[in-house]
Design a protein around this ligand. Structure first.
Ligand code: NAP
Length: 334
């Protein structure tokens, strides 16, 4: 059985990666912090690995301790990351510096795995052109529109500069499913009878259901392919109104449509950022969030997934939202 180390195991995607890896008979080392919740990491087969990424030397120590005990990590999925931050610097510290520390420590400790999968994001490339509505292509020049995306891109640039390191980059679009907390806020809003829109032009969105994503990640990881990057979606794209219709259908809810003009939301975001900025904090509605919400083209090139891994999503938005909502209801989140 091959050993796999999955960082950020306590989070939404990480906990599903752990489940999928256990199902595939890997010996799973769940990378967590001391403070991490283990609520979704209850399988007795899981081995925990507490890693502190703040200093390279501590990671080297961690790797050498395991090496001494006869444990080497055949595969690593570096999934730990910050998707929200109080300060912009935090994105760069966690998403880039920690990734660099990790890779340098692997080299220094002589523990380079067969594959190092980095979970990046479509945000690293940003949205596609809003006029032509052409999907973002793998060979396009990245144009991230928020600090999160820029930090993911910086980590990617570091990895892709390594010509003899076995990196593989996965850039999911919007990931949803059980345990997820951001799309959940949207589902909750619809469930409360409100259907919010920002701007009068619909957004074209792309999604991937978490179970499909983790299946793809593990397939890509064991494949012979390295030093390549992929966008990941379910292969379809959805109008923002369709997303609402699907959600309403499964929640059996009627809603009141509320459309806020772009200029108004942009103004509020800028004002909030100024006010909160005085206290060194980032408000929930900020200019980065506004840039994401006003972008209308979140489509991207995914044909390589089928070509290289014969990947087809089992879940489209209708099937995935239905299953996710059932979970939220069962767990009494909704
Ligand atoms: N969700 C999406 O739609 C989406 C889309 C594209 C890409 N991604 C990427 O997928 C990855 C997982 O995202 P997610 O949605 O599952 O987020 P999540 O639920 O917030 O999980 C993030 C994980 O990263 C860990 N982490 C955060 N800061 C850390 C630090 N300083 N040191 C060590 N570990 C740290 C967290 O540990 P704690 O539990 O201890 O905080 C948690 O396990 C991220 O890299 C994200 O950028 C997500």
């Amino acid at each position: 059985m091959a050993n796999i180390l999955i960082t950020g195991s306590s989070g939404f995607i990480g906990s599903f990666l752990v489940e999928e890896a256990l199902k595939k008979d890997f010996t799973v080392y769940a990378g967590v912090r001391k403070s991490s919740s283990r609520a979704y990491l209850q399988d007795p087969g899981i081995r925990f690995a507490e890693i502190d990424f703040t200093e390279k030397d501590r990671i080297v120590e961690f790797l050498l301790e395991h090496k001494k005990a006869g444990v080497s990590f055949d595969y690593i999925i570096h999934n730990a990351g910050l998707t929200k931050a109080k300060k912009k610097e935090d994105f760069y510290r966690v998403n880039c510096t920690f990734t660099r520390n990790f890779v340098e420590a692997l080299s220094e400790a002589g523990c380079i795995p067969l594959k190092f999968v980095y979970i990046s994001s479509l945000a690293a490339y940003g949205p596609g052109d809003p006029v032509s509505m052409k999907p973002v292509m793998l060979d396009d020049t990245p144009k991230p529109v928020d600090e999160y995306g820029r930090s993911k891109l910086e980590a990617e640039k570091y990895l892709t500069s390594l010509t003899d390191f076995p990196w593989l980059i996965i850039r999911p679009s919007g990931v949803y499913g059980p345990r997820e907390k951001d799309y959940f806020v949207y589902f909750q809003t619809i469930s409360r009878g409100m259907e919010p829109y920002i701007g009068f032009r619909p957004q074209i969105l792309t999604f991937i259901y978490v179970r499909d994503l983790v299946r793809l990640i593990l397939e890509a990881m064991v494949s012979g392919i390295k030093r390549k990057a992929y966008f990941v979606t379910d292969g379809k794209h959805y109008d923002s109104r369709e997303f609402a219709e699907i959600t309403k259908k499964h929640l059996k809810k009627k809603t009141l449509k509320i459309t806020l003009p772009l200029g108004l939301v942009g103004g509020i975001a800028r004002a909030m950022e100024k006010i909160f900025g005085l206290g060194g904090k980032m408000p929930t509605l900020n200019t980065d969030k506004f840039n994401i919400m006003k972008s209308t083209n979140w489509t991207c090139q995914v044909d390589e997934l089928q070509k290289d891994f014969n990947f087809r999503a089992d879940y489209d938005l209708d099937k995935g939202v239905k299953e996710a909502l059932e979970w939220y209801k069962k767990e009494r989140w909704l």
